[in-house]
Design a protein around this ligand. Structure first.
Ligand code: GAP
Length: 400
C-alpha cells in the first residue's frame, strides 16, 4: 500500500519489536520473547526497551545458538517489509507490504459507508495475507513472515464501546469453544498499559496453551478513533459519520477490532483434534477429532473390494451424494478396509460409507440388498442404512 497509509496508521513510526544481537555469534533475537520463555508472558510484556538487555544479563539468559551471554542493547526493529514501486531502478517509491489487513478497511471506510448506507454499529470484515519481517519466526506456523489474518473492524458510537468490546470478547470465546477448543486450554489476558500497541487503549488476547507454552491466538483491541482520525488528517478527507436521525450530529466512529490469525487458529484446531486412542485389540489409532464443520473431508465412500460391479455401485452412491449434498467427499478403493478407515481417521473424516457384497445382493450376512454401512469416526459405531434413507440419515447427522 501507499507509504502514506502506513505513516498515517503509525506503523512506519511505531510498529517494531525489541531486537537484540548476540555479540558472540551475531544471531538476532526478539529480546521480549527470550525473556518471556523464562519469566512468563505477563512479566516480559511490561518491560521497556531499556530494560531488555539488563534483564537478559540479570536472568542469565544465554544465546540459544552459541550459549554466550553477550547481548547488544535492545533496539527497535520495524517489522514492515519495504519494496519499490516503479520500473526505473532507484526512482521508484518505497512502498510497504501490509502488516495487518485492518488498514485496507480504514482507507475504504468512506466508500463502504457511502455505498452501503449502514447505520452504526456495523462491521467490515476481511480475510487476507499479512506480512511481517519477524525476527524469530518459528514453532511451525505459529509465527511466520507471511500469514493470513481474519479481521473485523466494528464501528460504534463512542459511548457504545464497552458493550461492543464485551460482546465480541464473549462471541469469540464462544466461537473457539463451539468449534472444539477445550476451555481449559484457552484463557483471556488483558494487556498492561505499557504493552499496548500504538493504536490501542485496551486490548485483550485469547491465548492458547501451545506445546511450548501460552501464546497469543487472537486479539481484541479498542482502537478508539485513532485510525480514522489519522487517515482524516493525512488525506484531508472528511471521514465523519452523520447520524441518520440527527444531521447535526457528526463524529468519527470508534472501532472495536476482533483480529484472528487464521493460521494460528488452524494450528490450534489441529492440536486440539489430534488424538491417539488405544483400541480393544491393543492397536493405537490416530484420529483427528475435528468438529465436523472443520473436517477437510466430510464423508468417504469405500467399496469393500476392488471388484468392478461393487466399485460401480459405490460410484453410483458417490454420485448421489455429489448431486444432492454439498459435502466434500473422498472415494477410496486402495488397501484393506481397515487401513482405509485408519486413513480417514487421520484425516478426521466424520463418516465413512462402506459398500459391500450385501449392498449388491450377493451376501446376506454382510447386509440386506440396497443397504450400506455408515461408520462414525468418534464412536466407531457402524449402522446399516437403506440407500434410499442415506441422504436423510446424513442430513440428520449434520443437523446435530
Ligand atoms: N490488526 C491488529 C493486529 O494485527 P496482532 O495482534 O498484531 O494485531 C493479530 O495480530 C493476530 O494475527 C494475532 O493474534 C495472531 O493470531 C496473528 N499473527 C500475528 N503475527 C503473526 C505471525 N507472524 N504469524 C502468524 N500469525 C500471526
Amino acid at each position: 500500500m501507499n507509504p502514506k497509509v502506513w505513516e498515517a496508521s503509525g506503523h512506519v513510526g511505531s510498529f517494531a519489536d525489541p531486537l537484540v544481537d548476540c555479540k558472540g555469534c551475531k544471531e538476532r533475537y526478539r529480546g521480549d520473547k527470550l525473556l518471556e520463555e523464562k519469566l512468563g508472558v505477563e512479566a516480559a510484556a511490561v518491560l521497556t526497551l531499556d530494560q531488555v538487555q539488563p534483564m537478559l544479563k540479570a536472568e542469565k539468559i544465554n544465546c540459544p545458538n552459541c550459549g554466550k551471554n553477550e547481548w547488544s542493547d535492545a533496539k527497535h526493529f520495524n517489522l514492515m517489509f519495504k519494496t519499490q514501486q516503479g520500473v526505473i531502478e532507484g526512482e521508484g517509491d518505497d512502498i510497504y507490504m501490509r502488516p495487518e489487513t485492518a488498514q485496507g478497511i480504514f482507507v475504504n471506510f468512506k466508500n463502504v459507508l457511502n455505498t452501503s448506507r449502514m447505520r452504526l454499529p456495523f462491521g467490515i470484515g476481511q480475510i487476507g495475507k499479512a506480512f511481517r519481517n519477524e525476527i524469530t519466526p518459528g514453532n511451525f506456523t505459529f509465527r511466520t513472515r507471511e500469514f493470513e489474518q481474519m479481521e473485523i473492524e466494528y464501528f460504534v458510537g463512542p459511548n457504545d464501546k464497552k458493550e461492543a468490546f464485551d460482546l465480541w470478547k464473549q462471541a469469540v470465546w464462544d466461537w473457539y469453544t463451539d468449534l472444539g477448543i477445550d476451555e481449559t486450554n484457552i484463557r483471556v489476558r488483558q494487556h498492561e498499559a505499557d504493552e499496548l500497541s500504538h493504536y490501542s487503549t485496551q486490548t485483550v488476547d485469547i491465548e492458547y496453551e501451545f506445546p511450548w507454552g501460552w501464546g497469543e491466538l487472537f486479539g481484541l483491541a479498542d482502537r478508539g478513533d485513532f485510525d480514522l482520525s489519522q487517515h482524516e488528517k493525512f488525506s484531508s478527507d472528511d471521514l465523519k459519520y452523520t447520524d441518520p436521525d440527527d444531521a447535526t450530529s457528526k463524529f468519527l466512529p470508534h472501532v472495536i477490532e476482533p483480529s484472528f490469525g487464521c493460521d494460528r487458529s488452524v494450528l490450534t484446531f489441529l492440536l486440539e483434534a489430534y488424538t491417539e486412542e488405544e483400541l480393544e485389540n491393543g492397536d493405537v489409532r490416530t484420529v483427528m477429532k475435528f468438529d465436523k464443520r472443520l473436517s477437510p473431508i466430510d464423508i468417504a465412500i469405500l467399496p469393500l473390494s476392488k471388484k468392478e460391479h461393487l466399485v460401480e455401485k459405490a460410484k453410483e452412491i458417490h454420485e448421489l451424494l455429489l448431486e444432492h449434498t454439498n459435502l466434500v467427499t473422498d472415494f477410496d478403493v486402495t488397501g484393506s478396509i481397515g487401513k482405509r478407515y485408519r486413513r480417514q481417521d487421520e484425516i478426521g473424516t466424520p463418516l465413512c460409507i462402506t459398500v459391500d457384497f450385501g449392498t449388491i445382493g450377493e451376501d446376506k450376512e454382510q447386509g440386506a440388498k440396497d443397504t450400506v454401512t455408515i461408520r462414525d469416526r468418534d464412536t466407531l459405531e457402524q449402522k446399516r442404512v437403506k440407500i434410499s434413507d442415506l441422504r436423510a440419515e446424513i442430513a440428520e447427522y449434520w443437523k446435530n
